[in-house]
Design a protein around this ligand. Structure first.
Ligand SMILES: [Fe+2]
Ligand SMILES: [Fe+2]
Length: 150
């Protein structure tokens, strides 16, 4: 049985990923048909969905319960994805970078403080590496967008 700290961290991480999935779904209307970002967005959504699934199933294996707050994270995520996209592709991509930088930091904070078992720690580290990759991906998309508009 995992410690309360570990279970609490899993609830927080699932909510983080619930939010990430909705942020990108909220950007779909703006980036979903973009020559530059559509493919990257579809990839990001699939990966965030996998993160959510893997963390939720690990939480269950460890005997943790779901968070009551998930619907609020879902709604907040959708708004964070949708609203800045009104300002254009560039703002949507910058939101992606901001969100992923926060995710990397949140994961690091938990890795530093929470006594995860080895398997859980590996999962968290893999997710964090995927979020770093998302930052690189959005930076690349932003650079391509910049080339096109000049
Ligand atoms: Fe993620
Ligand atoms: Fe990500």
């Amino acid at each position: 049985m995992a410690t309360p700290d570990v279970l609490k961290a899993f609830r927080a991480m699932v909510n983080l990923e619930v939010m990430a999935v909705r942020i990108y779904r909220g950007q779909r209307w703006r980036l979903g048909r973009s020559e530059i970002a559509a493919e990257a967005l579809a990839k990001a959504i699939a990966i965030e969905e996998r993160h959510e699934r893997d963390l939720a199933s690990r939480r269950q294996e460890l005997g943790g319960s779901p968070s009551m707050l998930s619907p609020f994270y879902a709604l907040a995520g959708w708004l964070i994805g949708f609203a800045p996209s009104l300002l254009g592709q560039r703002t949507a991509l910058k939101t992606g970078i901001w969100v992923e930088e926060r995710a990397v930091k949140d994961y690091q904070r938990l890795l530093d403080r929470v006594p995860f078992d080895d398997e859980s720690r590996r999962l968290v580290q893999q997710n964090q590496e995927d979020e770093r990759e998302h930052i690189r991906m959005w930076q690349e998309s932003l650079a391509k967008l910049g080339q096109r508009s000049t």
